[in-house]
Each structure stands twice: as C-alpha cells, then as structure tokens.
Design a binder for this molecule. Sequence first.
Ligand SMILES: Nc1nc2c(c(=O)[nH]1)N[C@H]1C(S)=C(S)[C@@H](COP(=O)(O)OP(=O)(O)OC[C@H]3O[C@@H](n4cnc5c(=O)[nH]c(N)nc54)[C@H](O)[C@@H]3O)O[C@H]1N2
Ligand SMILES: Nc1nc2c(c(=O)[nH]1)N[C@H]1C(S)=C(S)[C@@H](COP(=O)(O)OP(=O)(O)OC[C@H]3O[C@@H](n4cnc5c(=O)[nH]c(N)nc54)[C@H](O)[C@@H]3O)O[C@H]1N2
Ligand SMILES: [Mo]
Length: 759
Amino acid sequence: MSKPTKSTPAYTSPAGGWGALKSSAKHLIKSENAAKNVKALLRANQPGGFDCPGCAWGDAPKAGKVDFCENGVKAIAWEATSKRVDADFFQQHSITELQQWDDHSLEKSGRLTQPMFFDGKNDHYQAITWDDAFSIIANNLKKLPSPNEALLYTSGRASNEAAYLYQLFGRVLGTNNFPDCSNMCHEASGIGMTSSLGTGKGTVTMADFDEADAIFVFGQNPGTNHPRMLGTLRKASKRGATIVSINNLQERGLQQFLDPQSPKEMILFTGTNISQYYFTPKLGGDMAILRGVAKLLLERFEHDKSVLDNEFIAAHCHNFAAYQHSVTATPWQQIIDQSGLTKADIEQITDIYASKKKVIFTWAMGITQHKHSVATIQELVNVLLLRGNIGKLGAGACPVRGHSNVQGNRTVGINEKPSTAFLDALEKQYSFKPPRENGLNTVESLQAMLSGQAKVFIALGGNFSAATPDTTRTYQALQQCDLTVQISTKLNRSHVITGKQALILPCLGRTEIDNQNSGEQCITVEDSMSMVHSSTGQNEPASQHLRSETAIVAGIAKAAVGEDVINWTNLMSDYSLIRHDISKVLPDFSDFNQRIKIGRGFHLENKAAQRQWKTRSSKAEFSSALLPEQLAHEVAQAYTEKPILTLQTLRSHDQYNTSIYGMDDRYRGIYGERRVVFVNAEDMIKQQLKNGDKVKITTVSNDNIVRSINDFKIVEYAIPQGCAAAYYPETNPLVPLESTADNCGTPTYKSIAVTFDKL
Ligand SMILES: Nc1nc2c(c(=O)[nH]1)N[C@H]1C(S)=C(S)[C@@H](COP(=O)(O)OP(=O)(O)OC[C@H]3O[C@@H](n4cnc5c(=O)[nH]c(N)nc54)[C@H](O)[C@@H]3O)O[C@H]1N2
Ligand SMILES: Nc1nc2c(c(=O)[nH]1)N[C@H]1C(S)=C(S)[C@@H](COP(=O)(O)OP(=O)(O)OC[C@H]3O[C@@H](n4cnc5c(=O)[nH]c(N)nc54)[C@H](O)[C@@H]3O)O[C@H]1N2
Ligand SMILES: [Mo]
C-alpha cells in the first residue's frame, strides 16, 4: 500500500467540512443572486424540486433532508448568475476578440439571452428571430446531398424529453449521426458491460451501498466530481464496510471527509476516514491489478474451494475455462510492471476482496479513458463474477456517470449505434423508416468534418470545441462546416470557433420555470442507479426570449422536416405527450407519467441485477483478453530519445468540465492558477526540473503533427514515477484525434505520452 510521500497535497483538513461551506458561500455570494440561489438550493433533489445539474450520483432516499453539495452549489449559482450576454454584448465584442478570451472569462460573462447569428461576413454576432434561425438551419439541412452530412451532438445535461425529441428529429431527417459526450466519457463501460453482462448500466442501487461489505473505488475523484457520493461512502464506512481506493493520485476526498450536513462532525471537526486502504497504481495499471487479483484467487482456489463462487460460475457464467487459461498465461512480472504495485500490494487487495461476501466496484474516468479501457472494464466484471458479486444485494458493478442525465440520454435513443429493437419500435410508433446504418461517434464526426463529409453541426448543449481532443484540428474541423449551431445556456469556446455561419440558440436551464401552451412543465432525468425522476424548475428564466431545449428542438424539426410524420408543435406544448410516446417505444417506461408522480420516481429494471443475462450465450461472459503488450509510454519510446512521462488530464475542484468556475484546486493545494503539471520528485531530478519551473509539454507521436502547449508550471506531487497530471481542457491540444480506446473510440485522455522542455 502506498505511503504518503513528503509531497502529499498541502490540504490537510478532511474534504468537505468548513472548507466546503466557505467555498459554497463564496460562490453563492459571487453569483450576485444569493437569496434566489439559497431558495433554489433547498429544492435541489427534492420531490417537486429540480434535479441538481451537478452530477449523476443517486439521490439520498430520505425526503425532506437537504441533498446538495459544494459543487452542486457552484453549478446552480453558475446557472443563476445575474450577468447577461445579450445583443449589446456581441456588439461590443467581436468574435475575433472573444477568441482571445480564456474559458473562464467567456462563461463568466453570463447567461445568453436571445438567438444570435453570425452571417460569415460581419465579425459580430447579430440578433435574429427564432423563426429566422430555424429557417437558416432548415435551409442548410435541405441543401445537404445526404442527411448523413449533418451531425447532431448531445451533452448529457439535456432532459429525457428534449433528447428523445432530438433523436426522433435526426431519424426522421434520415441520420444516426448522434455523437455525444458519452463517446468521451463512459462509452467503454457501456461496451464492456454489455458484452459481459448484457447491460451497459450499473447493476447496483443506493440500497446496495447500505449492504456492501466492501466498496472498491477505481479511478474516480468523488470529493470533487461526485461529492454526494462521499456521503454514501461515509455512511458505509461508519457502519464498518471496508473502502478501498485505487487511484493514481492520493485524492483528499477519498481519504477523509467531514460531512457539512452533520452538525456534530462540523462542531467537533472530526471527519470520517473514507478509505481504509489506498493504492496508487501507474496510469493504465488497473487491468494488471485486477489480473493479479484473479491470478491469486485462482491459485488459492486450488487449496480452498470457497475462494470462488462455484455455484454461480457453473450456473450463470460462460467461458470460464478460456479466462482461466488467459489468467494463467499472464506473467507476474508483466502484472507488476504495468500496475506499478508490488506483489504484496496485490496480495493485500486480494485478501480484502476474498474476505468479503458482498462487494461493489465503482469507477469513472481513470478507468474509461485509456487505450485498453474496454478490456479493463471487462476485467473488473471478471473479478466480480469470480465471487458471484453481481446480482445479489450489496454487490455489483457501478460505473459512476458524469453529466446529470447522460445515462437517460442514451436510454431514450441518443446513440450513434441504435439497437434494431429501438429502431423497430420507432418505426412502429410513427410509421416511418428510420435509417438503419450506424452513425458517427464524436471522433468520427471530427474526422468527417475534416474530410468535408459533414457540413452542418448542431449541439444540444455542451462545449464540443473545448471538450474534444486535438484542439487545433478540432477548430479546423468546425471552421470547415457550412453551419454550426449551439443550443446553450452560457457563452463558451464553441460559440467563437464557428463554421462559415453560426447560430447561438439560448435555452432555459434546469433550475428555471418552463412554461408551454399546456402550462408549467416538468422534465425527467435518470441517475447512475437507473432511477428516473422528474425535475421542475423554480427560478424565473434568465430572459423572456429563452426557449426550452425541447421547444428549440421542436422548432428546428418543424422547419427542417415538417409535421407530416410527427406533430412537433403538439409534443412541445405538453411534455407528458412526449413521455407517453416514450412509454410506447420503450417498454420499461410503461405508465411513465403516473410513475414519476410517486416519491422520487422509479427504477428502470436491470436484468443483470436479477441474474438474467442478455448476452449471446444468455450467460454472464468471462472475457479472456490479455494485458496490453505495451502501455502508451512504451509505444512512444520508439519515437524519441527524451524521457517520456504519461500524462493524465483531469478536473480541478473549481470546474465543471469545460466550465471553469474559479482558479483554485483546494484539495490539491493549488490556488489562483490552472496551467500547472503535477510531477513526481524523482522524475523532476531526472529531468533537472525544480518546483515552479515553466515547461513546454509536447506529445510523442509518429504522425508528423506537432502538439505542444506552453508555459506550464512544474508542481512536485505525490504521483507515481513516470506519471504526470494536468487539467483539462487546457491539455486537449495534446490528445491526438487518432489516439482512441480499442473497440470504443473514446480519446485516451488519461494516458498521453509526453516530453517536457524547460523554458
Ligand atoms: N464538480 C464537478 N463534477 C463533475 C464534473 C466536473 O468537471 N466537475 N464532471 C462530470 C463528468 S462529465 C464526469 S465524467 C465525472 C468525472 O469524474 P472523475 O472520473 O472523478 O473525473 P476526473 O477528474 O477525470 O478524475 C479521474 C480520477 O481518476 C484518477 N485516475 C486517472 N487515471 C487513472 C488510472 O489509470 N488508474 C486509476 N486507478 N486512477 C486513475 C485520477 O487521479 C482522478 O482521481 O464527474 C462529473 N461531475
Ligand atoms: N482532456 C480531457 N477532455 C475531456 C475529458 C477529460 O477527462 N479530459 N472528459 C470528457 C468528458 S467525461 C465529458 S462528459 C466531456 C464533456 O463535454 P461537454 O458535455 O460537451 O462539455 P461541458 O463542459 O459539460 O459543456 C458546458 C456547456 O454546456 C452548456 N450548458 C450548461 N447547462 C446547459 C443546459 O442545461 N442546457 C444546454 N443546452 N446547455 C447547457 C453551457 O453553455 C456550457 O458552456 O468532455 C470530455 N473531454
Ligand atoms: Mo463525462
């Protein structure tokens, strides 16, 4: 197990606690709308209130108890700012000028208030009516020789209703080109789990966390990205469950947490220890750890038959023999080299795992954004299967989603590779022929734009230009489009990196009241535990010109494909009609409108959790992939003489993806800056670098493209040798477009081979 080194983060208080309260208060006050925000917060994640737009962690089941966190406060305050980006703003600032602003300054300018058009001639966006905006989109779409030259991106904040209408529009138009943020996020979890378990979703609910004997947290930083999960882990830890963290960095939130919602802890200033065990592998080393655990379990099984759940394996699993063979064939030296842990560490992990009856594995981007992510997720599942840890209370697989409704978006059809069953259901419900060939994912969409095969880009939320890899080429791709359209709440990079023409369509946020012809509307979302619940905005809209995402999608659809097949006007006037349609197309949503009225909604059935396997063999599949022959730095060594580090790109405590709330990363001891790179002391000596030195970081690749970012400050940090870390999106220019996960297409944001040049 890793010992804290001399360069452990400067933050020594528990995560949460007074630091979190102080920071929440600061962000509330800075939002200049403090009273409104406090009122809004009390409605977050409550029956009749709105679903926090912060993250996709499940809700605490107790109604009436406040259920928000420091970073939820930031998300809500960020949306409810009193600042406005209106037509005057765009008159004052040209697009060329705005391109020079940093991401923080762009978003901080405030909420977008009215539709704006860049006509390709004048360097300023100009006000436009909604109808004219819809006509411009329709004309551009109609001009395309094929509907497959259109790309319909979705970020995971859109409601189920808006997302459903959006995919329906695309399919009536004739394309399955639905690149989405999932392609950059948990895609590998969906692919790996579907092949192994027949479901792409987590198999646990909140009730399982109350029963688990042990919870293993892989490649995830909940203290920042899912703070409400720390409440769940705290509760589990307090009742004696063992929590094991496996993370490249020693994240503060995974060590100690002081719950700001516990008066006793706050007054006594005594946090709860979260992880009893903490292991810090090399980047991309998790599959090797898991393979080591499997190897030990199989060895121990020779003497002790209780080590594996034989009955479960015999009754429910397929391909066990092939897996055994693959495990036996994996040498220990490879396991140790790739994981960066010792054999004793792996023995200890195995001891803990084998001594617990009910175990949950959770994971996030530290697992999903590597070249061998799919195989790693399949190995997580393999190890769970060995001891029957799927489909019993207190056990299971839990990919912790990112955006608050990214899981729901997929459920209702945002998928470039839709299932035949889903398309059949659409065809039956609406009597039209949806396109059957697969569409393009995020990286493929960029490639299609670059090669001139895609010309119109529409984004339902998000910040595509900043979130995607290979920034220089991404910009070029977008700039080659005839038209780029952004449906957004706040100004961001994607509004100023435009196609030949561009539209900004400003929408209501999750926290705002949504009035349509039939009255006030609620929307629905699905969290990481597959709980579907309704969300009703409370705040007055930021501007009277805003439309809801659903109404904007309906407006585009009506102009582009007319109302012969679908009556868009009708559907947008009353969202319960959309939910009615969803219940017809997706059987799991039967009685949708009724079921969301009860408590905090309903659970979507998960067959794997009931030990029914929707796989080819109708059993849970052991996957027998071998460990990768080489990791990123080993591959890169052939292309340079210089010392190579593997860089992971991650989130600071003061950001939500590309939305930069502030310049601090409290738990990692960083204040007032973001252009920093965390490096191990030994590597600094090897490269003759000192704390505070400025470096140029360059990607090592063999494609003759130079990818460099300048002016990054070296920070000595407790990180395994050979690894480095820096914030996204500043580092996105380093990620080659072609560097994607095998069988999945997710950019390898967590393992980029780089070199440093001292400036
Ligand atoms: N406040 C806030 N909340 C958020 C977000 C946000 O930006 N801000 N983003 C949302 C979204 S879309 C997502 S997807 C999630 C992201 O949630 P996370 O996945 O927690 O996000 P990252 O910051 O990318 O952190 C990755 C973590 O994995 C570790 N790690 C990296 N590589 C490896 C590895 O190879 N092995 C292991 N074992 N660990 C590794 C890193 O040290 C880090 O702790 O959060 C969601 N919630
Ligand atoms: N290097 C690197 N790159 C990464 C990652 C990484 O770890 N490293 N992580 C990847 C991951 S996991 C993800 S999910 C993607 C995120 O990619 P995206 O989802 O595309 O990006 P966000 O930054 O979440 O989008 C922020 C913008 O969304 C808009 N917005 C906010 N709320 C709403 C709303 O309610 N409705 C609408 N219509 N718009 C809204 C605002 O205008 C805001 O500027 O980034 C990926 N990129
Ligand atoms: Mo994400």
